[in-house]
Design a protein around this ligand. Structure first.
Ligand SMILES: [Zn+2]
Length: 561
């Protein structure tokens, strides 16, 4: 699972104060039960939870050193997965008849960054790195310098569909825009996350002619993600995949500097502002502050070291039985990378990523085994994708969706598996993205087949739909769904919400996300069955999944493929 503060690197919306709602409410479209078709029933019965635990045990071993993209530990994990896929007799669907799709990556590490304020009157004022501001590596240049006037542009969001445009009537050409983190609180959660993302804000600032972006964190965010936690997040290397022309993908060219400010840094930047910072931040809590020119200019400089790395997605295919539909594919995805070796916590430096996402990979391998063993193959093809660099910002899946290997065919749906917290017996499942396409109906049926109840998103503020690899498919117009277990336990003694909360606050992206955590095999079995049923039902359906006509994501991306 991608850290929210990585996705929003400038806005750091990490969740600690999650309200955990443990109650199960049936989803509005949760209909369609009945017995499984005999073929599916056979695949569901085949699920072997101890086999899933065995895959997880290998992948989360210390010897794999946390499977960071570009490391030997990741490559070993990729070899393991490819060997399993070969044992299942699945068709290689990567480059040149192999199971591997090589992803060319650029990694940029910041060596030095400076930010200096030039007030209209008075001396230049250099800000202190870490105390006042943070910068990431520049993916376009090893050395950058930009000096320009400052303009405050609210949240830096253009959302005409929600009657909000911070750039309307504001000339930011040749200027450095100062924007608040996140997006207006009145936006629906998934749309809010989309508009709040770093990528979206950078695109917009560049499209409006800005030459740099400085992010000021809202009070909400200061509370949710303490500045100290931002430091490690922002200072890990920036990563992008490279186009055939050798350019980093999804990095707008016009921006020559970017930084995020601490509360202290923001106070210095707003010194002498016609509207005080306090008033701006207070307004942000109620609605959306209007933009204005700040009476200062700024100089941003950076020096970065670039390194080219190749890391592989692992891809296999179960060919469809129907000659007319075989070219269409249900694409499963699970990220194989994690965050590798880091700072010692209680003497442990290895981030094993047992739940994030050795478990998702393990469950997908078992899903592949169950579907490969069907007595009759489904009409459509099924593709199993194990992607790299998810933790770097959905980079491996982004490359995959933009550079589909020929053997994959045309993706009609994505089913993603990431960090299922199968810590206790489960009763419910959440399908992120369900309301955006007809996959919501499929998810309700799949949940029933697994003996689970589909419930609506109990924590919309976590914006999980845009925080894992399904979002790369959505951005390419492919309807997607991402199943995660709900908080409710079928065991009255297990406090599901407390166990979730404990994982997110104590073990998430820490060395303690390891094999010592409890794994409930019954939950593993049910969760895997729900995912098998998803793929089976889509692959055997005559109708391809469709976006709902009113879906924001359908309207925004639905025509792009
Ligand atoms: Zn993660």
């Amino acid at each position: 699972m991608l850290r929210a503060s990585r996705l929003l690197a400038w806005s750091g919306l990490l969740c600690v104060s999650v309200t955990l709602n443990g109650s199960a409410q049936p989803a509005s479209r949760a209909s369609g039960s009945g017995a499984a078709p005999p073929s599916l029933a056979k695949a569901l019965a085949a699920v072997n939870a101890p086999a899933i635990r065995a895959h997880m045990t290998f992948l989360a071993d210390d010897l794999l050193e946390g499977r960071a993209t570009g490391t030997r530990g990741y490559d070993l994990a990729a070899r393991y997965v490819a060997a399993q896929l070969a044992m299942l007799g699945l068709q290689p669907a990567g480059d040149d008849g192999s199971y591997y799709q090589a992803v060319p990556l650029l990694e940029s590490t910041l060596d030095e960054g400076t930010l200096t304020i030039h007030p209209k009157s008075g001396a230049a004022r250099p800000l202190q790195v870490r105390d006042d501001f943070l910068m990431g590596g520049d993916l376009l240049r090893t050395s950058a310098r930009v000096e320009a006037p400052l303009v405050f542009a609210g949240y830096g969001v253009s959302a005409p569909e929600l009657q909000h445009d911070d750039y309307a009537g504001r000339d930011v050409r040749g200027k450095v825009v100062v924007v608040l983190s996140n997006a207006p609180g009145r936006f629906p959660s998934e749309q809010r996350a989309h508009h709040a993302s770093r990528r979206r804000k950078a695109e917009l600032a560049a499209a409006n002619g800005a030459v740099g972006v400085i992010v000021v964190r809202t009070r909400e965010e200061e509370q949710v993600t303490p500045w100290t936690r931002m430091i490690a997040n922002v200072e890990t290397p920036a990563v992008a995949w490279l186009t055939r022309a050798g350019a980093p993908a999804d990095v707008p060219e016009g921006l020559q500097g970017a930084a995020v400010l601490s509360a202290a840094g923001a106070a210095k930047l707003f010194d002498g502002s016609p509207i005080a910072l306090d008033a701006v931040l207070a307004e942000a809590e109620k609605g959306a502050p209007k933009g204005f020119d700040l009476p200062a200019a700024v100089t941003l400089t950076s020096r970065s070291t670039h390194r080219r790395v190749t890391s592989a997605n692992v891809v296999a295919r179960l060919a469809g039985a129907d000659a007319a539909l075989r070219d269409t594919a249900v694409v499963y995805s699970a990220h194989l990378d994690h965050i590798g070796i880091g700072t010692a916590v209680k003497g442990d430096t290895i981030n094993n990523g047992a739940f994030d996402n050795a478990l998702g990979v393990a469950a997908l391998l078992e899903t592949a085994r169950a579907l490969a063993g069907l007595p009759e193959r489904p009409a459509r093809s099924i593709v199993f994708t194990f992607v790299t660099a998810e933790e770097k910002g959905l980079v491996g899946s982004g490359y995959f969706a933009a550079n589909l290997p020929a053997a994959v065919g045309r993706p009609i749906a994505n089913v993603n598996m990431d960090m299922p917290l199968l810590l206790f017996p489960i009763a419910t499942v959440v399908a992120f993205g369900a309301e955006h396409s007809t996959l919501g109906d499929v998810a309700a049926r799949a949940a029933t087949q697994a003996g689970l109840t589909l419930i609506p998103d109990p924590m919309p503020e976590q914006t999980l739909f845009v925080r894992s690899d399904q979002y790369s498919f959505v951005r390419h117009g492919v309807p997607a769904v991402f199943l995660v277990p709900g908080f409710t336990s079928s065991d009255p003694k297990a406090d599901g919400p407390a166990r979730f909360h404990e994982f997110l606050t104590t073990h998430y992206h820490q060395p303690s996300d390891d094999l010592s955590l409890p794994l409930d095999l019954g939950a593993v079995e049910q969760f895997t069955r729900a995912n098998i049923a998803m793929g089976y039902l889509i692959a055997t359906s005559v109708d391809a999944p469709r976006w709902r006509p009113d879906s924001f994501f359908g309207k925004t991306f639905g025509t792009s493929r």
